[in-house]
Design a protein around this ligand. Structure first.
Ligand code: ADP
Ligand code: MG
Length: 477
């Protein structure tokens, strides 16, 4: 039997607001355990949550960026479960009336544009974190710093048909949230993670198969491996005439396998009911329009514009827009030097290489785009050679000095003064009569040798193009 793979992701992203969702405490990753807490975070008796407006703004932004309809009326609900990471015994989330609904995300897969429908985006608070003792000791600690951090859940329809497609979609969502600047999507810190639901069905079937839910994936590689494993496992079960259990499974990165954690919970298990301590959320048109005004150009649109405006190819445009800061850097460089192709080469090549070597990100590059642009301009107007520019960039990276200063200090300026170049050409011909004779006799390759001699004589400062021309002229005389 041939099966079709069906995948739907529930993506969680922590919002990068200054304060937590229902309280004043700072929203920041890490810190000494249980230092970013307060009575509301801990759910002490008698305290009341107050909604952080910024978190709603960011949810609206995320919703608009994913083409959702922002709901004029939504509300918060209590979702109950018992676990030490949840001091109140319930999580404040949204159940039947989320902030955003019915959206869509587009992404590329093998050069083809595809899309996944978004069912809903809701806003909720994150839970605390359990820390288990290493070495098998029977002890766990709990850190509530993450409790009450604003979190959006983006529920996608089961439109994805392969593990590759799931990863392509997940990456596209990450890019969108980063561009919209609502989440830093730091996967190592757990601020961007997903649950992956997967089922198989006979090719041609229109009904959905019974699914497994893979909890808390926080790496593209893991989700790919886990989904591939599930496809093999479910195929084996179905081929053997069995049925796939509807269950929650955990991925084991060390083994590359998944194992059953618990049978799938039902909504009724959570005893959802409206949060009595918060009023319903009414979002009017002007609030939505204010948010729309804050929405930047999104990755796919920007890619298209870079191709149209700067004439870079699709692959380059994709590489340059992988991160918003990177695309910003590129555009500034290209504008300063007026050479979009040169700028693309330098930004993607030497600049990124040098930043990596220094373990720096584009955000804190000591060389600003205006300075890289100035350097490229000097190459293009013949003031310095490409090789000198590399050396100069290396020094700019280390010292933070402007391009002009480094080039001057290092004596990199190429000599384009014709009388000086003519003089060098005459001298080189005089000192190398054999080579000169060869060129006159038609052996054109010897000219390279003479240009090399001129570079030596000028200590690398002769403009190579002018040197070449000056030699030919002198040889004809
Ligand atoms: P629940 O309420 O249990 O979370 P939902 O119906 O809301 O279940 O779906 C949750 C996620 O699971 C969605 O992202 C959806 O696309 C996906 N999903 C639902 N059914 C299937 C299925 N049969 N196969 C794969 N994914 C599925
Ligand atoms: Mg779910």
């Amino acid at each position: 039997m041939k099966y079709e793979t069906v995948i739907g992701l529930e993506i969680h992203a922590e919002l990068n607001t200054n304060a937590k969702l229902f309280t004043w405490t700072e929203n920041r990753f890490g810190g000494e355990p249980n230092t970013r807490i307060d009575p509301i975070t801990l759910g002490m008796p008698g305290v009341l949550p107050v909604l952080n407006k910024k978190a709603v703004d960011y949810t609206i932004l995320a919703g608009l960026a994913m083409e959702c309809a922002i709901q004029p009326y939504s509300k918060f609900d209590r979702k109950h479960y018992f676990y030490p990471d949840l001091p109140k015994g319930y999580q404040i989330s949204q159940y039947d009336l989320p902030i955003a609904k019915n959206g869509m995300v587009e992404y590329e897969l093998n050069g083809e544009t595809r899309s996944c429908r978004i069912r809903r985006i809701h806003l909720e608070e994150d839970a605390g974190k359990l820390i288990h003792a290493e070495g098998g000791a029977n002890v766990s600690w709990v850190d509530y710093n993450r409790s009450c951090v604003p979190l959006i859940e983006i529920v996608g329809e089961p439109d994805l048909r392969s593990s590759d497609e799931a990863v392509a979609y997940w990456r596209a969502v990450k890019e969108i949230l980063e561009y919209a600047e609502v989440s830093d999507c730091n996967m190592e810190e757990g601020s961007f993670r997903c649950d992956a639901n997967i089922s198989l069905r006979p090719v041609g079937s229109k009904t959905l198969g019974s699914r497994a839910e893979l909890k808390n994936m926080n790496s593209f590689k893991f989700v790919q491996t886990a989904l591939e494993y599930e496809i093999r496992r479910q195929t084996r079960i179905l081929d053997g005439g069995g049925t796939v259990d509807q269950e929650t499974r955990l991925f084991d990165p060390a083994k590359g396998t998944t194992r059953a954690m618990r049978s799938k919970e039902e909504a009724s298990d959570y005893r959802y009911f409206p949060e009595p301590d918060l009023v319903p959320l009414v979002i009017d048109d002007s609030w939505v329009e204010d948010a729309r005004g804050l929405l930047p150009e999104l990755p796919r649109a920007r890619r298209k514009r870079l191709e149209d405006e700067y004439g870079v190819n699709a692959q380059t445009a994709k590489a340059l827009t992988a991160e918003k800061a990177f695309a910003d850097y590129y555009e500034k460089t290209a504008k300063t030097c007026g050479d979009p192709t040169g700028a693309a080469n330098w930004v993607q090549g030497d600049l990124i290489g040098m930043l990596r070597a220094e373990n720096r990100s584009i955000h804190d590059s000591p060389v600003k785009p205006e300075q890289l642009g100035a350097l490229i301009k000097m190459i293009n107007d013949g003031s310095i050679s490409g090789r000198m520019a590399k050396e100069a960039l290396d020094e700019m990276m280390k010292t933070g000095k402007p391009a002009q200063q480094v080039v001057q200090e290092r004596g990199f300026i190429q000599v384009s003064d014709e009388s000086a170049i003519d003089e060098w050409a005459r001298q080189v011909i005089e000192e190398n009569p054999d080579a000169a004779e060869k060129i006159r006799a038609g052996n054109d390759r010897a000219i390279g040798f003479l240009v090399g001699q001129m570079m030596k004589l000028s200590r690398g400062k002769a403009n190579p193009k002018l040197a070449n021309a000056a030699l030919r002229k002198a040889l004809e005389d």
